[in-house]
Design a protein around this ligand. Structure first.
Ligand SMILES: [Ca+2]
Ligand SMILES: [Ca+2]
Ligand SMILES: [Ca+2]
Length: 146
């Protein structure tokens, strides 16, 4: 009977922990709203591998909340929110800015080369007509945060 008792206690403890931490949300669930192609919630800067915020394309996306001096080694997330093995450097085709900051995307790492700025609240479904260009972004600078 002892093992059964232990299991029951463990279950009770787990339930108690879940109830006692109201802010507790599993990571996968917390990101569920971001998995739909085109979605972007504050305080994220949302990068999409394909034009039109991935709508009608492969849903590879990544949300960042702080500036990033080198996208190399950052991987896209997939339609289920899981990290893929696809590196996001030089692949961004559309973005949305919900950071409360202005954000500049730069052509090279360490905020070098051509850049395009995006005001808070802005979205751009195609970077091909911007100075940064399609499939070139390698770093993101945050500034003028509210
Ligand atoms: Ca792309
Ligand atoms: Ca554009
Ligand atoms: Ca680049």
């Amino acid at each position: 009977m002892k093992p059964l008792k232990k299991t029951a206690l463990a279950t009770a403890a787990l339930l108690a922990a879940t109830v006692l931490v109201p802010g507790f949300i599993p990571a996968a669930q917390a990101e569920a709203s971001d998995i739909r192609a085109g979605s972007c919630n504050a305080p994220n800067f949302c990068l999409f591998e394909n034009a039109n915020f991935n709508q009608g394309g492969v849903n590879h996306w990544r949300d960042i909340t702080h500036e990033d001096d080198d996208f190399m080694g950052n991987h896209w997330r997939d339609n289920n929110g899981y990290l893929t093995n696809v590196d996001m450097n030089d692949e961004t085709s559309s973005v949305k800015n919900r950071t409360g900051c202005s954000v500049r995307l730069y052509e090279h790492a360490n905020y070098q080369g051509d850049f395009t700025g995006f005001d808070n609240g802005a979205g751009d479904g195609s970077l091909s007509d911007n100075r940064i260009g399609n499939d070139r972004a390698s770093s993101a600078l945050f500034f003028n945060c509210a």
